[in-house]
Design a protein around this ligand. Sequence first.
Ligand SMILES: [Zn+2]
Length: 190
Amino acid sequence: MFNLFALGAVILAAGCNASPTHHLAATPQTADLTTNQTMKFPVTKTDEAWRKELTPEQYRVLRQANTERPFTGLYWNTQEPGVYRCAACGQVLFTSKDKFDSGCGWPGFSDLASSKAVILRDDYSLGMHRIEVLCAHCGSHLGHVFDDGPKPTGLHYCINSAALNFEKNNPSALRSDATGAPELKPEGKR
Ligand SMILES: [Zn+2]
């Protein structure tokens, strides 16, 4: 009994929003996505080239679709203004204005920097259905998207830190972005 309870607690803590009860309609932008090998991307490199260019951790995540351990990556808790680029090809994927604290231990974003930044496809690994997020530029694995994100999108892009490179905004660029109130809120402060 106790073991069962403990197991449940572990699953809750570790699974976070990756619960199989969350169903998000898959909206793959290409019809016949089965493997990375069958997809064509603007940036293509041999496996050997990726292995040389990326750190072992980046390679495991980006090219082998592994998931980093929660609360271990560089960016799960960052709040500074800037952009997040694909660590493999440099394409801008997310911006800090859409980042939120998912409580999961991975960087969470409620929207993309551009609607064409990623490709989505069904992922049935680990005995559940999830929507995998791939870089549309190089096909690298980034993470998954769930439907428990904040409004207005309701989306939660749960992305590995190892798949991202953060680039801080420089202050002069920030000042010229006069679109109104700053969108970054100090969440969690009471
Ligand atoms: Zn990429």
